[in-house]
Design a protein around this ligand. Structure first.
Ligand code: FAD
Length: 454
C-alpha cells in the first residue's frame, strides 16, 4: 500500500525526532516514528549521551512553536553564567548576559525526551519503539526495522523518511550507499566522562544551583550542570593522550589522584567518584560534515544525523530544534518534499557549519581563556560596547544563546567584533587606557545595525 501524500516516517525518537513529530502532527501530517530503543516511560531512559543539557533561546523558541515550552521549563534550572573555579579554590561568577532575562537553562535529557514523546503522541503521532532501522530499499521505498530484543523484523513502505537517528545515523549510511553525501568526520582528540554530585543530606544543592560551573585547567576542564532533583552532572573533558589524558588516568584511583591535585574543591562533592568512573564509559567527541543532507524526495537528515558537533557551545540540541521548525515550515510552504528538502538544506547547512565552527572554538575559550586577564578585559569592553551601541554590538555569546539570528550571521559578526576588541586592547591591561573614541568609530564603521530577523 502506498502511503498518502501527507504521510511522513521519522527514524529516531530522540530530541529532534520527537519534536519534529509534534510539529508535523499539529500541522495535520500523519506521522510514524521508529525508535530503536524501548519506550523510556516503561523501561526507564536508556541514556547514552549527556545526562543533562543547556537549553538556550533557540531551543526554547522551537519548543514554543510546538506548544512544549511550558512543560519543559517546569523542570529546567536557570544558569545565570559561568561559575569559574580557580586552582586556588576561589570562585567567580561570570554572567552570560546583562541580567536574568539573558540566561540559559539546564534540562534533564531523559525528562525532556519523555515530555516530547508524550506531546508527540497527544498530537497524533504514532511512536513505534524497539524498531531499529536496519536497511532500506530506496527504489521500492521500503524500510526494514529490527526489534533487538528478539531479532524479529518488520517492513514498512514509506513515501518519505526523515533521519533523526543521531550521530551514528543508519539512515545516513543507507543514503550514502545510494549517493555520495560527501561525508567527513573530524574526531576530537579529547573525550569526556560523567560523574555526579549528589544532593546534601537534607536534599539541597551542594553548590550554587543557578550557574554552569567550570574548572578550567588549560588543556582539560570539568564542568557541572544542575539538575532539578538537586544533583549536578559533572563532566570531565580531557585529551585522549597525555598527562593528564584518558590513557594515563585510567583507574578510579588515578581519577581520584587527578581530582585531588587539579579539582580539589570538587573532589569532596563527588562521594562516588570511583564508582562513577568505573561505571561510565568515556564518550568520544566529533564533528560531522556533509555536502548533501537529502536524497531527492525520499529522505532528509536533521539534527546530529546531519551535523553532529562538539558540545562546547551547548548548541547541538538547540540547533537540532531549529532544524525541526525549519523543516516543518518548508514542508508546509513548498510544493513537494523534494523542494522542501532542498530549501531546508540550503537554509540550514551554512548555519550548522557556523555553529560547528563556533563550538570547536568555544572549547579553547572554556578550558583555557575564562581565567585570562586579557579575556576578562575584552569581556568587560564587550558589555560596555553593548550598552553604548545596543543595535550594533551584541556580544558573541548573546548572539548565539539569546537571539534567533542565523548562526552564520552570528559567526560573521563575532569575527568582526573580535578584531575590533583585539585592536582596541593590544598592549593594554587597564580598561581606562582604551581609546574609547577610536573604538566607537571602529564599531560604527565595521558593524551595521543588527536586526533579530537578519
Ligand atoms: P539524538 O538525541 O542522538 O537522538 C537520536 C535517536 O535516534 C535516539 O533516540 C536513538 O536511540 C535513535 N536511533 C539511533 N539509531 C537508530 C536506528 N538505527 N533506528 C531507529 N532509531 C535510532 N546540546 C545542547 O543543545 N546543549 C548542551 O548542553 C549539550 N550538551 C551535550 C553534552 C554532551 C556530552 C554531548 C555528547 C552532546 C551535547 N549536546 C548538547 C548535543 C545534543 O546531545 C545533540 O545535539 C542532540 O541530542 C541531537 O538530537 P538528535 O535527536 O539529533 O539525536
Amino acid at each position: 500500500m502506498t502511503p498518502e501524500r501527507n504521510h511522513i516516517a521519522i527514524v529516531g525518537a530522540g530530541l529532534a525526532g520527537a519534536l519534529l513529530a509534534i510539529l508535523l502532527a499539529r500541522k495535520g501530517w500523519r506521522v510514524d516514528v521508529y525508535e530503536k530503543r524501548g519506550d523510556p516511560r516503561v523501561r526507564g531512559y536508556a541514556g547514552g549521551r549527556s545526562i543533562n543539557l543547556a537549553l538556550a533561546e533557540r531551543g526554547r523558541h522551537a519548543l514554543q512553536q510546538a506548544g512544549a515550552e511550558a512543560a519543559v521549563m517546569a523542570h529546567a534550572v536557570m544558569m545565570r553564567g559561568r561559575m569559574v573555579h580557580f586552582t586556588d579554590g576561589s570562585q567567580q561568577l561570570q554572567r552570560y548576559g546583562r541580567d536574568d532575562s539573558e540566561v540559559i537553562w539546564s534540562v534533564h535529557r531523559g525528562d525532556l525526551n519523555i515530555t516530547l514523546l508524550d506531546l508527540a503522541e497527544r498530537a497524533g503521532a504514532a511512536v513505534h519503539f524497539d524498531r531499529r532501522l536496519d536497511s532500506i530499499d530506496f527504489d521500492a521505498r521500503r524500510a526494514r526495522f529490527v526489534d533487538d530484543r528478539d531479532d524479529s523484523a518488520c517492513e514498512v513502505t514509506f513515501r518519505t523518511l526523515v533521519g533523526a537517528d543521531g550521530a551514528g545515523s543508519a539512515l545516513r549510511a543507507a543514503m550514502q550507499r545510494e549517493t555520495d553525501l560527501g561525508e567527513r568526520v573530524e574526531t576530537l582528540d579529547h573525550s569526556y566522562k560523567e560523574l555526579e554530585i549528589p544532593p546534601t543530606p537534607d536534599g539541597g544543592f551542594r553548590i550554587e544551583p543557578n550557574a554552569l560551573h567550570i574548572w578550567p585547567r588549560g588543556d582539560y576542564m570539568c564542568i557541572a550542570l544542575p539538575n532539578d532533583e538537586r544533583t549536578f552532572t559533572v563532566t570531565l573533558f580531557m585529551p585522549n593522550h597525555g598527562s593528564p589524558g584518558f590513557d594515563t588516568v585510567r583507574t578510579p584511583a588515578d581519577a581520584r589522584a587527578l581530582f585531588a591535585r587539579d579539582f580539589a574543591d570538587a573532589l569532596p562533592l563527588i562521594p562516588d567518584l570511583e564508582a562513577d568512573w568505573a561505571r561510565n564509559p568515556a564518550g568520544t567527541l566529533a564533528t560531522l560534515y556533509l555536502d548533501r543532507w537529502h536524497l531527492d524526495d525520499r529522505a532528509v537528515l536533521i539534527g546530529d544525523a546531519a551535523h553532529a558537533m562538539v558540545p562546547f557551545h551547548g548548541q547541538g540540541m538547540n540547533c537540532a530544534f531549529e532544524d525541526c521548525v525549519a523543516l516543518a515550515d518548508r514542508l508546509e510552504a513548498e510544493a513537494s518534499p523534494a523542494e522542501a528538502f532542498a530549501a531546508f538544506a540550503a537554509e540550514r547547512r551554512p548555519n550548522a557549519a557556523a555553529i560547528q565552527h563556533m563550538a570547536l572554538e568555544n572549547y579553547r575559550e572554556m578550558r583555557d581563556r575564562v581565567d585570562d586577564a586579557d579575556y576578562l578585559l575584552q569581556r568587560q569592553l564587550e558589555l560596555e560596547l553593548q550598552q553604548r551601541h545596543p543595535d550594533r554590538f551584541v556580544p558573541h555569546y548573546a548572539m548565539v544563546s539569546f537571539m534567533h539570528i542565523p548562526y552564520a550571521v552570528a559567526l560573521e559578526r563575532s569575527n568582526l567584533q573580535h578584531d575590533i576588541l583585539e585592536r582596541a586592547t593590544r598592549g593594554i591591561r587597564d580598561p581606562a587606557d582604551v581609546d574609547r573614541a577610536a573604538l566607537d568609530a571602529d564599531v560604527r564603521r565595521q558593524l551595521p545595525p543588527l536586526q533579530e530577523g537578519a
